[in-house]
Design a protein around this ligand. Sequence first.
Ligand code: HEC
Ligand code: HEC
Ligand code: HEC
Ligand code: HEC
Ligand code: HEC
Length: 435
Amino acid sequence: MKKWIMTSIGMIWAGLALNMVDIHQAVAQMPSAETDDPHYQYADNKTCGTCHQEKLRDYQSSMMGKTPYDKVFRQFYAAVNAKGEPDGIGFRAFKPNGPSDCASCHTPDVVLDAGHELSLEEAIKRGSKGISCDYCHTIKDVKVIYDPDSKRYDTRLWKMVTRARGNVKRGPLKDAKSPFHGTKFSPIHTRSEFCAACHNNQEHLLSLDTYHVWKQAYDKGVVKQTCQQCHMPVGGKDRRIAIGGPVRPASQIHRHFFHGGHDADMVKKAATMKIETSNDANGLVVKVDVTNSGAGHTFPGAATLRNVLLVVDALDDNGKPLAHVGSKKELLPPLAGMGKTPRDFGGHVGAMFARPFATKTGKTPTGGFNADHVLFDTRIYPRQTAHREFHFAKSASSHGRVRVRLIYRWAFKPLVDKKGWKMDDIVIFDRKLSS
Ligand code: HEC
Ligand code: HEC
Ligand code: HEC
Ligand code: HEC
Ligand code: HEC
């Protein structure tokens, strides 16, 4: 037993030593200039993760860490369903060949090398490593370009981003010393403008407006945090940020999981809900207030497929549904799902918070690439409250029972069904009360 343990420890050390040799070789090959080196080859995330283990674990679980291999992104780009069959839904159905902006944010490294748009197929052929550790930590500056006259941004990546590729890793620490690479304090890494490079997209419409909405709310003091303060939270125990580094206070250590619309705990931080029931001459009135109390931008977020549903049910004492007597505006649109499952809420009493785009011929939902107009924008802006009222017939018994659900979906259900994607609803609230 003891011998087995000793052998195992020996093997672990041998393994670590081997990794270290790899690293020394990798680092030795990196030129150490602080200016941008056009011949520099980005390191793999795994190389950085040998010493920055927590960072690598966090980042591999994130959506940014998965792109461009995230299936939903690829299938929407290629206009194929989950089985890989062409289905006419997505970017390549609109533009079968040639470059596009998709590669810019999903494979930024090779697009910046090129200095112009590439097709995603070409970007992958050129060996893009996606949005990598090394990509982010060799960025020197990001400029947000906005023309107040036309009220339009210029979001072309190569106009916004300046790089300093090389052996110097830039980050938020003023006193970091690594025996393996240079370090440099970089204020841009602590600012929302760093994220703006990709979280704003000016097409015909401003199809992603996360930074834009955040900036307006932040300048007014409505939102007090940066993107990083909410999406790269500090905390936990004091610990090392790298093998070979000192133990640091937790307040200096930023988690890298970038939780967003695919994470139930994160989504639940965004909203609060208040319900009031009363009776008027016609029957039962249910008033619901939904507040964006926790997001630094709209709720739901910018991505054109996200949606939040308010689903309202009213029953009499015997459990029989009360008839809806309000206007059609109190019913959920077809984008809430038109299938036959209990999750298809199209036509059900409720409300949708979303910003679906439509093409010239009225096809919805669609991406920014062929959007002609916004069908409606009912997303809730930071710290704003959406008020909704629903009207039901009088209850035959003296009391009625009301159930109100608030549900988040990262894509419209009709699209998810057509694509054959797997999506769970995130139930933010499920409240039952008697009126
Ligand atoms: C300006 C940068 C930018 C460009 C250009 C861009 N994207 Fe994205 N994409 C993003 C960001 C940022 C997100 C995450 C947005 C969010 O959740 O608010 C995203 C998310 C997505 C998603 C959702 C993925 C998921 O799993 O939920 C799809 C699909 C997608 N993009 C497809 C495309 C396609 C197709 C193109 C080209 C027509 C494109 N994107 C161009 C930045 C960009
Ligand atoms: C062999 C170990 C090792 C490897 C490999 C390594 N690092 Fe580091 N890194 C360190 C150490 C040690 C520190 C300093 C830690 C401290 O001071 O707390 C550090 C610090 C940093 C910092 C902080 C800089 C600052 O001023 O804020 C960044 C960013 C960073 N590394 C990124 C990377 C990236 C990106 C890679 C891959 C290209 C990488 N590291 C590979 C050991 C390593
Ligand atoms: C999307 C860009 C992005 C990617 C990808 C990324 N980082 Fe970071 N990283 C940041 C930003 C921004 C900060 C600073 C956050 C702040 O101070 O507000 C940071 C901070 C750090 C720090 C300084 C210590 C700390 O906790 O603040 C280290 C070390 C680091 N990152 C390593 C890595 C490694 C290793 C990877 C890959 C596994 C990685 N990063 C991937 C953006 C990124
Ligand atoms: C190089 C472009 C780029 C930069 C820089 C960037 N992002 Fe992203 N981000 C993306 C893309 C693309 C996606 C969507 C990936 C996918 O789903 O395929 C994304 C996804 C996300 C998500 C997850 C969305 C979801 O619904 O799950 C969050 C959160 C996020 N980014 C936050 C940030 C923050 C905070 C920063 C700045 C520290 C940042 N990003 C910088 C391109 C970028
Ligand atoms: C006050 C905290 C806070 C700030 C500041 C903040 N976010 Fe968020 N963010 C959230 C919460 C909570 C969610 C989950 C709810 C949602 O999706 O709207 C979220 C969701 C997201 C998503 C996924 C949205 C979706 O539904 O597709 C992205 C991408 C994102 N944030 C990026 C950013 C960027 C970029 C910034 C800075 C410009 C930023 N966030 C600032 C709290 C914040």
